[in-house]
Design a protein around this ligand. Structure first.
Ligand SMILES: Nc1ncnc2c1ncn2[C@@H]1O[C@H](COP(=O)(O)OP(=O)(O)OP(=O)(O)O)[C@@H](O)[C@H]1O
Ligand SMILES: [Mg+2]
Length: 405
């Protein structure tokens, strides 16, 4: 991928093909049970999502301040446009018989993003803002079965609503501003609509997914990584460029959201995007994917309600507060993002690895002064390598000193 074309709306290409060498952060990272034609790497430019016309009384709708035109596209006067992934449609599962029996609506042409189950609507009808659709996809992709149930949909929209309260110049996010759930039980499922434009919106910016900064381009293997192209184009000092524009802003916004709202954003390389201006200067780190764990005790202390379902760390997860903070910061931000950026800096520019870590650690402790009360002392926790039934997970003590705090 040539940097000069990034501004030309190539986000989808970056999502699909610029992830060579990025999926080795765990033994499960590259696994998928999804049929080849629906994987991001497929050569199919698009596929069709199935829609049915669902009665209003069978669908719950969740909203986080979506534009009216987006609501009107999915919520019709007489029915709801309910969207199903074709591979889910062809399977068996709860509510599917009822969904199959509903009248079909027009299909929606989409292409997959890096997460596979979140797709980009390619030609939304006139006036409908560009958006992604995150789907119920009961197949294992990397470690987890990608069901999207009532709880996941409710929480993603509730967290989106909550993030509107975060006031910081450096903080931006892709809102999961609409959610749809079919049926009335805990195992009900549905889809989310995620806007393509970050909130707050700034004109003329482009987005590069975190992993596409350092990964290889599957179709153009000789192109240098975009991060290297950015550094060269701007004539920047490599280590400071990454520390000041990516790592420290991400640490600051992650810590702010955790400390103020009790929301533990899972800011790994697929869940954050770097926003750049037309002159290629980095502007903000943009967050996505709000199906996350919550520290309800922090919210209680800060006088906030907790309008979420079953995602309180400790009581709902069976894992300690320390284990969650370590998993999310040490492993998702640290290992699944920063380690890759640092490895590229070392490979390409021979930077002093310890000096980079020290600057980020200092920024972390400035941003999270009481971190010792939340994090385990001299170790990190990560998923066990033993597969667990369903989406259960076990966190194990790595007996390794944290490298980014
Ligand atoms: N570099 C990467 N780091 C982490 N995950 C990646 C990366 N590249 C692709 N992925 C894929 O992205 C998904 C990450 O899981 P995660 O739960 O964050 O996303 P999701 O909830 O499925 O979708 P979304 O991020 O669109 O909300 C996995 O399917 C994983 O295989
Ligand atoms: Mg994600």
């Amino acid at each position: 991928m040539n940097l000069e074309t990034v501004a030309g709306g190539v986000l989808l290409y970056l999502e699909r093909y610029v992830d060579e060498g990025a999926k080795n952060y765990s033994p499960f990272a590259a696994r998928t049970e999804v049929a080849p034609q629906y994987r991001p790497r497929s050569n199919e430019p698009s596929f069709d999502l199935i829609t049915v016309q669902a009665p209003h009384d069978r669908v719950s709708v969740f909203q986080a301040d979506p534009p009216k035109s987006l609501v009107d596209y999915y919520v019709r006067a007489d029915v709801v446009r309910f969207v199903v992934h074709p591979e889910t449609w062809d399977s068996e599962g709860e509510y599917l018989d009822e969904v199959h029996a509903l009248p079909r609506g027009p299909s929606i042409q989409v292409a997959p993003t890096a997460s596979t189950r979140t797709v980009l609507a390619l030609e939304p009808a006139g006036g409908v803002p560009p958006h992604f659709i995150k789907l119920h996809y009961p197949r294992r992709i990397s470690r987890f079965n990608r069901r999207l149930r009532r709880k996941n949909i409710h929480n993603s929209v509730a967290v989106t609503r909550d993030l509107a309260q975060v006031r910081s110049d450096g903080f931006a996010y892709l809102p999961d501003s609409l959610g749809f759930v079919f049926g009335d039980t805990d195992t009900s499922w549905g889809f989310l609509v995620r806007e393509r434009m970050p909130r707050p919106w700034l004109r003329g910016r482009s987005l590069i997914p975190g992993f596409a900064l350092y990964a290889g381009d599957f179709k153009h293997p000789d192109d240098p990584p975009l991060l290297v192209q950015l550094i060269e184009r701007l004539g920047a000092e490599p280590a400071s460029f990454v520390i000041d524009n990516i790592m420290i802003p991400l640490v600051q916004s992650w810590a702010k959201v955790a400390r103020e709202r009790g929301i533990l954003l899972e800011s790994h390389a697929q869940n954050v995007l770097l926003e750049i201006a037309p002159d290629f200067r980095p502007c903000r780190v943009v967050h996505r994917d709000f199906d996350v764990w919550i520290d309800s005790e922090v919210r209680r202390r800060n006088g906030l309600d907790a309008p979420f379902l079953g995602v309180t760390i400790g009581s709902d997860s069976g894992h300690s507060i320390e284990q969650h903070y370590s998993l999310v910061y040490d492993r998702f931000l640290g290992h699944e993002f920063f380690d890759y950026l640092l490895a590229l800096l070392q490979r390409s520019y021979g930077v002093d690895v310890e000096a980079v870590r020290e600057r980020v650690m200092a920024a972390f402790h400035r941003a999270f002064p009481e971190a010792d009360r939340f994090f385990p002392k001299r170790t990190m926790f990560y998923f066990s390598n033993e597969p667990q039934p369903g989406n259960d997970f076990t966190l194990v003590d790595m007996e390794k000193v944290p490298e980014w705090r």
